[in-house]
Design a protein around this ligand. Structure first.
Ligand code: MSP
Length: 505
């Protein structure tokens, strides 16, 4: 069985998840569900980045002196959020876990034995927000472009990693593996960075939190060096050789563009140093604003996905994020647009199609999927349209908006067909045609339920229930089976429920 290993960043726990974090995690969840649908064995991992000065400061700010208690509580809240959002991650890595520390030490040992760690003095700029050393090139008007703050000037004795040793190998890898950095347009910024990079400091003096530096216990391992290794922790590196061999390298590391250089340069160089294979793809999606403004606590526009899910069905949020923000591009999120798209696309276009078709089946066919002649004349493009090919191409390429677009084409064609065929007249004049029309509409809805499965999983299950299909049985179905036109059997009792997406005023 093909395998697929996908990761999200592990998030800092100095705050709770907002819609930006949820975006990456929902996208990863969609990919994981799609690969499962295709029959792959999937390992989908997320987690929390806990050995960070930021977390330490957040705990102190809350007056919490027991750091472990703070981290346990906050990490727990992140885990709960993903559960509430029905995220299907298979593992959740915490960087304070014993298994992670073991993996980090095993990895560190390899890099050290390779001769890639040395002691030196770091003099330069440091952004506390990024927890990273910056150069002038990273600044806009003297400030960090992501945190809009001037970095601090520091001078300290540190241990360094010989990143410069891997410059050539990294450039060669990028050139030879066109899928390594995606989307394509992100490549040039990575290449520019590689061309000018220096060795990086991987220890922090005055350890308040974090994993003690193996060569000098007065230092801690730099948080990014430790955090990136979480991707190996989840596959048992240094602890479970069989598991490691099964899952590594990762198929895709997903993140936003803010942390691409860590994933596309520093992490691969660390792996090269430890003589381990590189992830197949590092995918950096865009950043989105809220009503045109950066999300920030001070502006007060931080959106909590769990609160949002109390107003809109989860699938509506998934739909909006995945369709309206082109994956890979920057975008904007606004509640006004969410509501508009919810009412137009989901309540109207899709909801009406489902509800009308089921109502007519109840009214004209006694609530039973009608017999049909198999004649499709005039009923295409429904049964002849091949959305699956376009859909799979789009999904394989992470073009979620296009995948949803192909499904909505089907929704629109179906609605047009109802208007054209007018079942309310056919019932008086031509029952054979009526049955064919309704069968085609119902079977199209079944096809749509499968197309939607990775994107809007709750909706798929609701459609199955309303079509009178057994949810457990459907779940056990293979995609090959499900894709065959005609899977919905005549005589099946439908079960029209309430509209899935009631209008929101
Ligand atoms: N802890 C590091 C990651 C270590 S991974 C080895 C970190 N954490 S973070 O909590 O700051 O998360 C950053 C990530 O959150 C982004 O890369 C992105 O995945 C997600 N996003 C946060 N805000 C976002 C937007 N406004 N828009 C899109 N993604 C957003 O960095």
């Amino acid at each position: 069985m093909p395998k697929f290993y996908i990761t999200t960043p592990i998030y800092y726990v100095n705050g709770l998840p907002h819609i930006g974090h949820a975006y990456t995690t929902l996208a990863a969840d969609t990919i994981a569900r799609f690969r499962r649908l295709k029959g792959d064995e999937v390992l989908f991992v997320t987690g929390t980045d806990e050995n960070s000065q930021k977390n330490f400061e957040a705990a102190a700010q809350k007056g919490e002196t027991d750091l472990k208690k703070y981290l346990d509580e906050m990490s727990g809240r992140w885990r709960e959020t993903w559960d509430e959002l029905d995220i299907t991650n298979d593992d959740f890595v915490r960087t304070t876990e014993e298994r992670h520390i073991e993996t980090v030490l095993a990895f560190f040992d390899k890099v050290n034995k390779r001769g890639d760690i040395y002691k030196g003095v770091y003099e330069g700029l440091y952004c506390d927000g990024c927890e990273a050393f910056l150069t002038d090139k990273d600044l806009i008007e003297g400030k960090c472009q992501f945190h809009l703050k001037e970095p601090r000037k520091i001078s300290e004795e540190n241990y360094f990693f010989r990143l410069t040793n891997y410059r050539g190998a990294l450039l060669k890898h990028i050139e030879e593996n066109p899928n390594f950095i995606r989307p394509e347009k992100r490549k040039s910024e990575v290449i520019n960075y590689i061309n000018t990079l220096n060795d990086i400091s991987i220890s922090r003096p005055n350890l308040k939190c974090g994993i003690p530096f193996p060569l000098d216990k007065t230092h801690g391992i730099y948080v990014w060096f430790d955090a990136l290794i979480n991707y190996l922790t989840a596959v048992g590196y240094g602890r479970d050789e069989e598991m490691y061999k099964k899952w590594w390298p990762a198929d895709i590391h997903l993140m936003a563009k803010d942390i691409l250089k860590f994933h596309a340069v520093i992490w691969p160089a660390m792996l090269l140093s430890a003589n381990l294979p590189l992830p197949k793809t590092v995918y950096a999606h865009g950043f989105f604003t809220i009503n045109g403004e950066k999300m920030s606590k001070s502006i007060g526009n931080v959106l909590d996905p769990v609160e949002l899910a109390k107003i809109y069905p989860l699938d509506a949020i998934r739909y909006f994020l995945l369709r309206e923000i082109k994956f890979g591009e920057d975008g904007d999120f606004s509640l006004v647009h969410l509501k508009e798209h919810y009412n137009n696309d989901l309540a109207n276009d899709f909801g009406n199609l489902l509800h009308r078709t089921l109502s007519m089946t109840e009214q004209y066919c006694g609530g039973v999927v009608p017999e049909h002649s198999g004649e499709a004349e005039g009923l295409d493009p429904l049964c002849e349209i091949d959305v699956w090919k376009d859909y799979e191409t789009a999904m394989n390429d992470y073009h979620f908006d296009e995948a949803i677009g192909t499904i909505w084409q089907l929704v629109q064609e179906s609605n047009k067909l109802i208007e054209k065929e007018k079942p309310w007249q056919l019932v008086k004049e031509n029952s054979k045609r009526l049955n064919d029309v309704l069968y085609n509409l119902l079977e199209t809805l079944r096809q749509i339920s499968w197309l939607l499965l990775p994107l809007m999983p709750e909706t798929s299950e609701k459609i199955w229930t309303q079509l009178g299909l057994d949810v457990a049985q459907e779940k056990a179905n293979s995609l090959e089976q499900a894709q065959v036109w005609g899977g919905l059997k005549s005589g099946n009792k439908i079960s029209k429920g309430e509209p899935i997406f009631p209008k929101i005023i």
